[in-house]
Each structure stands twice: as structure tokens, then as C-alpha cells.
Ligand binder design. Structure first.
Ligand code: 13P
Ligand code: SF4
Length: 352
């Protein structure tokens, strides 16, 4: 039963003490989130992993996050992902083969290693972070994309941004880059479906990736909310479309969304464009404070891969540590981890 599972998790945590740290992303379901020692957005959780001395780090999040934790921790620290099937559909939209091909194709038009900084959103496989490390590039998260892109453009005239076109476009536009100076690289097509002229003229080349959860939020949802609540506020994650972000009062990472709404005036009404588990918890937290929190979409949209981590998997992994037979360890091979770490350390040094 759920109670038994909960008790197993609590018993294992008590037995492991300081040797264990459980990290929980804001999109985790309540039954798992309740057991996290630290919660946060991708940036905060990576920084926590990097600073931790715990021997076992159990990452209640998705695969790329556990990879980052493994890369940033010492060799004798063990990072565990409770359900190995917890991936990220957006991260899967870019792979090393496609990105290498794009880089090679760009060489027919310009000299990418001189002119283009590759920037990967942290929502990507470790080998893509390594690619960035090897080509003068860097990693970013939703909370530091602006600072990272400022750095990237201070070095080379163009940026290749993957996998999320929306985070790239929304951030680029905020920096003053015109929409027509940002082109979309369709990785299914030769030369990304672009002409040499389009590539030469572009400031940003945006990979055609997106988040399947955030794409459900539509500008019309905001229009309807504003009709019903003209004094209300709208806050969205930067993985939302350009139109949704433009219609929002605030745009920010999951951590920023929480901070902003927690500081809201009593009586205010908020429409929140990010994953349902975060929004539901925020709704329950703010209700007694007189702040109304509403989910942006009329239909349920959860991140199905974040949802894979359930109390059963968490209990199982914790007990495997106790038994000395660790399951679901995430270990990035050293030859990938080294250049990936260079790109991550650069990000952390710029945005700390
Ligand atoms: P945050 O870094 O804002 O937590 O975003 C992670 C993510 O996967 C959003 O979909
Ligand atoms: Fe990936 Fe979207 Fe889920 Fe975030 S919400 S983990 S970007 S699929």
C-alpha cells in the first residue's frame, strides 16, 4: 500500500542518514516530492549536487538531470535515477549524430568553430554537452539562458541553440535580436531546410525541438483568463511558445515561478503556464494566503516522464543502497564527462 511504501522510504532515509541526499524536481508528484531533501529547478539542483558530500544522490527528476549530477560530483559519489525510463522527450529531439551533421553542413557556408557558439539547453544528453565543451560552447538552463547567451555572443557572432527552439527564441528576443534574425534548423532536412543566405544572415540558429508539455499552452488560454480576470497576472515557463511568453506578465524557470507567485499580494489571481504537479502544489500552498492559482490549460497536461518516478521505485532504489547492491546508477563515461563538465563548469562560473 501507499502507507507501507512511505514507511519503507522513511526507514531507509533514516538508516542512510547523511550518506544519502534525495533531490526532487518541482515537477515530481506529491508522494515523491514529499521525500526530497532539496527541491529546485535544474540549475539549483545541479548546483546542489555539485556541492554535496553525500555518498548517494538519488535524483527524482529525469535522466539528463541525473547525468549532470554524476558529471558534477566526485567519482566515489553514486547518482541514482529511481526509474531509468524517466527521460525527456525534448532532450531526445537532438542527438549527437544530428548535431554533428548540422555542424558539418554549416561548414559549407561558414566556419562554425570561428563563427558559431554551440549552446545546449541542460535538457539534453551528456554527449551533447560534451560536443559543446569540445567546440567552444556552453550549457544553459531556463534560469540563466540570458547570461549564457550574452557570453556566447561576446565570443562569436552566431549561436546554434539546441534542443529547445522556444527557450532560444524567447531569450534571444529579450536580448534585442529580431525574430527574422533567428532561423529554425529542421534536423530532418538537409541543411536544416535553410538556404546558405538564411544561414549567413542569421544571428541565432534554433534547433527544431520543443517540450510536449508546454506546447499544450495556447495564447487563447491567456486571452480567456484576461477576459475573466482583467487584473490577474500570467506567468509562464520560457519553454512556452513565443506568443504565450509575449502575452505573459512574467516568464521564468520553475524556481522563478514559485518565488514570484509566493510573493504575490493577497487577493491576486494567477494563471501559471507550466507543469501540473508544480501548479497544483502552488495552488494548495497559496490558497490559505488568499492568492488564487490557476493552471493554464483546460486539459490535464503532466510531464509523463517526470511522473514515472513513483514511491515504489524510490523505495526500491533506497533499499538497494542499504543492501549494498545499488540499482539504476547513472554513470557518464569519463571521455564524455570530461568535456561535458567543462561546458557545465563554464555555465556555473558565468551565472553564479
Ligand atoms: P527548470 O529548470 O525551470 O526547472 O525546467 C526544467 C524542465 O524540464 C522544464 O520543463
Ligand atoms: Fe522534458 Fe518537457 Fe518534461 Fe521538462 S516538462 S522534462 S522539457 S518533457
Amino acid at each position: 500500500s501507499d502507507e507501507q511504501c512511505d514507511a519503507r522510504i522513511r526507514a531507509a532515509k533514516a538508516a542512510l542518514g547523511d550518506r544519502l541526499m534525495i533531490l526532487g524536481h518541482h515537477y515530481q508528484r506529491d508522494e515523491v516530492f514529499a521525500h526530497a531533501d532539496v527541491s529546485g529547478d535544474s540549475l539549483k539542483l545541479s548546483a546542489m549536487a555539485a556541492e554535496s558530500d553525500a555518498q548517494y544522490i538519488v535524483f527524482c527528476g529525469v535522466h539528463f538531470m541525473a547525468e549532470v549530477a554524476d558529471i558534477l560530483t566526485r567519482d566515489n559519489q553514486v547518482v541514482i535515477l529511481p526509474d531509468l525510463a524517466a527521460g525527456c522527450s525534448m532532450a531526445d529531439m537532438a542527438n549527437l549524430r544530428n548535431v554533428r551533421r548540422a555542424w558539418a553542413e554549416l561548414q559549407s557556408v561558414l566556419d562554425p568553430d570561428e563563427q558559431v557558439t554551440p549552446v545546449t539547453y541542460i535538457n539534453s544528453a551528456a554527449d551533447l554537452k560534451a560536443f559543446c565543451g569540445e567546440h567552444g560552447g556552453i550549457v544553459c538552463t531556463s534560469s540563466n539562458a540570458r547570461g549564457v547567451l550574452d557570453w556566447a555572443f561576446s565570443r562569436r557572432e552566431k549561436v546554434l541553440f539546441f534542443p529547445d527552439q522556444h527557450l532560444g527564441r524567447n531569450t534571444g528576443y529579450d536580448m534585442g535580436i529580431a525574430l527574422e534574425d533567428m532561423v529554425v534548423w529542421d534536423f530532418m532536412l538537409p541543411m536544416g531546410g535553410l538556404t546558405p543566405e538564411q544561414i549567413k544572415n542569421a544571428k541565432m540558429i534554433l534547433w527544431k525541438g520543443f517540450c510536449s508539455v508546454h506546447q499544450m499552452f495556447q495564447p487563447g488560454h491567456i486571452d480567456r483568463f484576461r477576459e475573466a480576470h482583467p487584473q490577474g497576472f500570467v506567468i509562464s515557463h520560457p519553454e512556452n511558445s513565443f506568443e504565450v511568453c509575449q502575452k505573459s506578465d512574467y516568464v521564468g524557470s520553475t524556481e522563478t515561478i514559485l518565488k514570484t507567485v509566493r510573493a504575490a499580494e493577497p487577493g491576486s489571481h494567477w494563471l501559471v503556464g507550466t507543469e501540473l504537479n508544480l501548479v497544483n502544489r502552488l495552488h494548495d500552498e497559496m490558497k490559505p494566503k488568499g492568492v488564487t492559482v490557476q493552471f493554464m490549460s483546460p486539459t490535464v497536461c503532466m510531464c509523463s516522464t517526470m511522473f514515472r518516478t513513483d514511491p515504489q521505485h524510490l523505495a526500491w532504489t533506497l533499499e538497494s543502497i542499504q543492501a549494498g547492491e545499488v540499482v539504476n546508477r547513472i554513470q557518464v563515461p569519463a571521455e564524455v564527462a570530461k568535456p561535458a563538465k567543462a561546458a557545465l563548469d563554464l555555465m556555473l562560473s558565468i551565472t553564479r
